[in-house]
Design a protein around this ligand. Sequence first.
Ligand code: UDP
Length: 328
Amino acid sequence: MNILVTGGAGYIGSHVVKELLDTKHQVITYDNLQKGHKEAILGGIFVKGDLADKALLDQTFKKYDIDAVIHLAADSLVGESMEKPAKYYQNNVINGLNLLDTMIANDVKKIVFSSTAAVYGDVKEIPITEDLSKKPTSVYGKSKLFFEEIMQDYDQAYGLKYISLRYFNASGADESGKIGEDHNPESHLIPIVLQKALGLREKLAIFGTDYPTRDGSCVRDYIHVTDLAQAHILSVNALAEGKASTIYNLGNGDGYSVKEVIATASEVVGTNIEAVIGNRRPGDPATLIASSNRIKRELGWNPQYGDLKTIIETAWKWHKNHPNGFKK
Ligand code: UDP
């Protein structure tokens, strides 16, 4: 198949592209490079473009005879989404509609969508299964949930088949050490901890130690980005084989607290990484742990990097060798 990967120059997208390059599929990355990095695309065809550009989208579908789409292009910062809802609804919903409409116009009816655990909000039931109630606490989470619902309507009306993948905490880096996480500004825990270890930032704060968890800090389900990437390949292949639309969680099923992440990272880098206790970050649920049984059962997804130490080791390999990310 000729697969269009939107957002393929981003952190998760570049790992999806890399895994796709090892398959029989052709990869066409479509990215506006606002957040993504050209250097992160390790092969295939690249089109610099924005989802707002309907003409270029249509041209790209025709030129490369696209068969299926993996759609990751989006804004993804919870905090920013609360301050700039218009940006999130425009980019994640309205520009996403351009993509869906271009798909339908070109008779392309298979899409794997990058969704998020943020659609659930503050749930009490742990581990989280796909059918639990969805009450997103952020505009970001809402924008992703809206898009899932739009795809459902497009399935009913036009026969669009989608698999929505709700990621928990994407982390780690490709084993080659060639690609990894490079956000500016960085807001994610593991890269921040490793940047602190490298002396690239003065302060590492634990955002709250008064949560109802085993050590008071928030518990998250860290899932290796290569395992996430593999789930996209299984999903696009399943759609090609006629799978009905569905939604899957992607996590390890294990939760680690912020303090445990810092302790494990200290072990990996071989020095004690110092942290101070800070205030809670607004909107953070205490615990998020996924049940990913559905995708394991239905698609045979089999994550290879379940262990937190292994995840941090792969991230460390990237950060140590690329302290400034993709910048030379
Ligand atoms: N966190 C923290 N200090 C930081 C960054 C993050 O204590 O400098 C915490 C954050 O509050 C959350 C966890 O680490 O409980 C994971 O945060 P991240 O932003 O990586 O992912 P999220 O769970 O928000 O998707």
